[in-house]
Structure formats: structure tokens, C-alpha cells
Write a protein that binds this ligand. Structure first.
Ligand SMILES: Nc1ncnc2c1ncn2[C@@H]1O[C@H](COP(=O)(O)OP(=O)(O)OP(=O)(O)O)[C@@H](O)[C@H]1O
Length: 214
């Protein structure tokens, strides 16, 4: 079977700073891969490449085919950065609807149902009419996570997830991601936190810095 995602002979630099020289990675459906490594090794850069935020489509393959249509590809991918991307002046509900439209979610009813269920599970239901400005950091992270899960994408990328989640919410989120990969989906994340790595990953990859690699 073809990998869900793969990267072939990736070369990538920020101006003169070479981050990847000839990097290869295959991620299979069902995997929850943790990319580990020192600060500056390139973990976040790699996630941004797989999210399509850094355009390296010549090196990126989805289910065995080169990524040609970046917009169609991005609709299959959820990317959850360490700082949640939300409009502070909008309410929780308005942010959730904004995200639904931004990512062109096809089945609005399914998204709304999923959001309602997850907000209830994460204890956010009573705060949805408040502005995000008045949320705690953990609440903001939960809201963005819920929106991305409700999109029901094929791949979920998480950069240092759940740093401000309380322990019960962390457990709930890792269970949801384990269920997510019981189908034909994949999770790729970065973390420095042993507890999160141990409870979520079913594979780990140690990424070396470019100087360690040469
Ligand atoms: N926008 C940018 N412009 C220039 N250089 C960058 C940029 N973003 C990252 N870098 C550099 O690229 C390298 C990889 O950075 P990246 O953020 O991917 O590392 P990381 O492994 O995620 O680190 P950390 O564990 O600290 O989050 C670092 O040397 C960093 O300084």
C-alpha cells in the first residue's frame, strides 16, 4: 500500500541556512508519528512543509501521487500550531464558523454536530458565546483543536500539542487522535514532553540538525 504521505529527497533552505539537504520520510495510514529532535533541528519546518504552508510540492507526495493542486491538498490536512490561530475579538462560535468557511468544509451539518459533541466533551460548550479574548490559553488551544478535528481531514499535523491542556483534556485529546488513526488516517506531531509522546506516538523519529547530519 502507498504511504499516506511521503517526502522524497527534500532540499530546503531559509536563504543560506540549509535545513534539509536530501531528506526522506514515509508516513503510513494508522501511524501517529512523533518527530523529535533538538531545538532548531527543523521539526516545525517539516510540519509546515507537510501542511503546505511552505511550498515544497516538488518533494511532497500524498497517497503515492505528487501534490499538484495545493488547495485540494490543504483541505485534506489539519495543521495545529503551538499558538492557536483564532480571532480574539470574535466569539468561540464565530471562530468555529469562520474556520468552517475558510477551509471549505463540505458537510456543514456534520461539522456543527462534531463541534457540538467535542465542545461538550472538552467543557467548552458554556463559553462559546464569549469572545476568545476572554478565554484562557488552554481554552483557545482546545477551541482550535476542536475545529480541526471537526473538519475530519485525512492527516493531522500538530506542533507541540496540548501544552496548556489540563490532564483530563490531554487524555481526551490523545484518545481522540488514537481513534482518528484507527481508520485510514495519520497523525504527525512534534513534542518534547515524554508523557505526550508516550501516550500518543506509535512511532518516533529523531531528526538531526543539519550540522549533525553532515
Ligand atoms: N522563518 C525563518 N527564517 C529563517 N530561518 C528560520 C525560519 N524558521 C526557522 N528557521 C531556522 O530553521 C531552523 C529550523 O527551525 P525549526 O523551527 O523548524 O526547528 P524546530 O526543530 O522546530 O525547533 P524547536 O524545537 O525549537 O521548535 C533553525 O535553525 C531556525 O533558526
Amino acid at each position: 500500500m502507498q504511504p499516506k504521505l511521503h517526502i522524497q529527497d527534500l532540499k530546503f533552505s531559509y536563504e543560506e541556512h540549509v535545513v534539509f539537504k536530501q531528506f526522506n520520510l514515509e508516513v503510513q495510514a494508522g501511524e501517529r508519528l512523533c518527530i523529535m529532535g533538538r531545538n532548531g533541528a527543523g521539526k516545525s519546518t517539516l510540519l509546515k512543509i507537510m501542511a503546505g504552508l511552505i511550498d515544497a510540492r516538488n518533494f511532497l507526495f500524498y497517497e503515492g501521487r505528487p501534490v499538484v493542486d495545493m488547495s485540494a491538498y490543504k483541505r485534506k490536512i489539519a495543521y495545529i500550531p503551538d499558538a492557536p490561530l483564532l480571532y480574539e475579538l470574535l466569539t468561540g462560535t464565530d471562530n468555529l464558523l469562520f474556520i468552517m468557511n475558510l477551509f471549505q468544509v463540505d458537510n456543514h451539518q456534520n461539522y456543527r454536530n462534531k463541534v457540538a459533541e467535542l465542545c461538550h466533551q472538552f467543557g467548552l460548550a458554556d463559553f462559546l458565546n464569549k469572545r476568545v479574548l476572554d478565554y484562557s490559553l488552554g481554552m483557545k488551544q482546545k477551541l482550535f483543536f476542536i475545529a480541526m478535528m471537526a473538519r475530519e481531514t485525512e492527516v493531522c499535523l500538530l506542533d507541540e500539542p496540548f501544552t496548556s491542556f489540563d490532564p483530563d483534556s490531554q487524555k481526551l485529546a490523545t484518545n481522540l487522535l488514537s481513534e482518528y488513526t484507527s481508520g485510514n488516517k495519520a497523525v504527525i506531531f512534534t513534542s518534547h514532553v515524554d508523557q505526550i509522546i508516550n501516550s500518543l506516538a506509535n512511532r518516533t523519529l529523531a531528526l538531526k540538525t543539519s550540522s549533525e547530519r553532515s
